[in-house]
Structure formats: C-alpha cells, structure tokens
Design a protein around this ligand. Sequence first.
Ligand SMILES: C[S@@+](CC[C@H](N)C(=O)[O-])C[C@H]1O[C@@H](n2cnc3c(N)ncnc32)[C@H](O)[C@@H]1O
Length: 210
Amino acid sequence: MTDRNYWETFYAKQNAELKPSLFARFVAENVKSIGKKLIEFGCGNARDAVFFANENYNVLAIDQCENEIKFLVTRYQKVKNLNFLVADFTCLSENQQFDIAYSRFTLHSITAKQEADVLAWTYKNLNANGRFCIEVRGQKNEIYQKGDAVVGEPDAFIFNNHYRRFLNFDRFCEDLKRVGFQIEYAAEEKDFAPFNGENETFIRVIAVKK
Ligand SMILES: C[S@@+](CC[C@H](N)C(=O)[O-])C[C@H]1O[C@@H](n2cnc3c(N)ncnc32)[C@H](O)[C@@H]1O
C-alpha cells in the first residue's frame, strides 16, 4: 500500500485537523436524495467519518494505517453508526451496498491502475442512484510537477517525502462516465480546501450511479 509508514507517522503525532473538511459539509448539504450508508476511502484521523456519523450517516471508514485505526476505534467507541476497517481501499471485497462512497485526498495517493480498479469497484458496489464524492489534487494544483517524478507513473511525484499523482480533470470525468457514472457536479477551483493560509486549487466531483 502506498506510503503507509508516512501516514502512520503523520497521524501518530495527533496534530492533524479534527474539524470536518469543507468537502464533508458540502456533501452533507448537497447530496441528499438517497440512503445514508457511506463508505470512506482513506479516512485518516476520521475527521469527516465522525462528522458523517454525527449527521446520522451509517459510516464504514477505511484506512491502511493499522495503528491509527486501533486508536480511532477506542477514541470514537461511543459514536453511533461508525465502524472502522483496516484495509487497502483499492482491493476491497465485492457484493457490498453503499449509498455514498466518499474519497477526500485519497485518489491522488494511488496509481492510475489502482484508480481504475476503485472506479469499477465503486460503481459495482453502490446502490442505484448512489453517489461517488471525490475531492482530489488535479493538474491545476499548485504543487503539480514539484519534487521527483515517479518512473513509469505519469503525473506522479514524490514531494515532501510522499507520493502524489495529479489527476487530469477532463480525463477523470471521462473515466467516471466510461464505467457508467453520470456527473452531477464537477469543478477544479480554489476555495475548496484553504489550509494554513494557502488556497490551492483542487478537483471536486459528485458522480451518480445510473
Ligand atoms: C491525505 S490523507 C486524507 C485523510 C482524510 N481523507 C482527510 O481528508 O483528512 C490520505 C489517507 O489515505 C490513506 N490511504 C492512502 N492510500 C490508501 C489505500 N490504498 N488504502 C487505504 N488507505 C489509504 C492514508 O493512509 C491516509 O490516511
């Protein structure tokens, strides 16, 4: 799995943001017309998973970081409708049924081949009218092409000691459509995730299983 040690070390410091992201709030406010069974790919410190559970979603939050997930299971044991799983979200078991798949800042942590697998899995394992909600770094992101290029993986770079692969916005929307999704909302803009005084450009997509 990609960069597991980097993320274990990062979350072990316990100084990552705990408030829900603007994207989680956007999803809770705008993605309303379906059931509330939600799977999160790469939950990190569970800032958004806890928010969704408190908003009455039934949440399965997945991350590769075993130590962090152990910590979260204890920390959030009193939160209802919140379950954690240590797993690689690029190779999950089949025959599951979710209404929402939520991925914030995780599709740029995986290879293009893994992304294709995640898109196919998500389409198959969402209920009809289910939504795939994605926020991710794209090629308009301010750190695109910084650091060392990853050999054999176009648009991927190691910068500040970890891997990021920058998605092409138009191609990503086409890839979603190719597996069967309709695009309900798509934008590549600033103001989605201001952080530490920086206002970088990110991609947001809400895709519907039809
Ligand atoms: C940038 S953090 C984002 C965390 C959280 N979604 C947020 O927005 O605060 C990326 C997270 O994805 C996890 N991750 C990356 N690739 C993964 C994979 N293949 N399977 C499971 N988790 C993964 C990392 O361990 C890390 O916790």
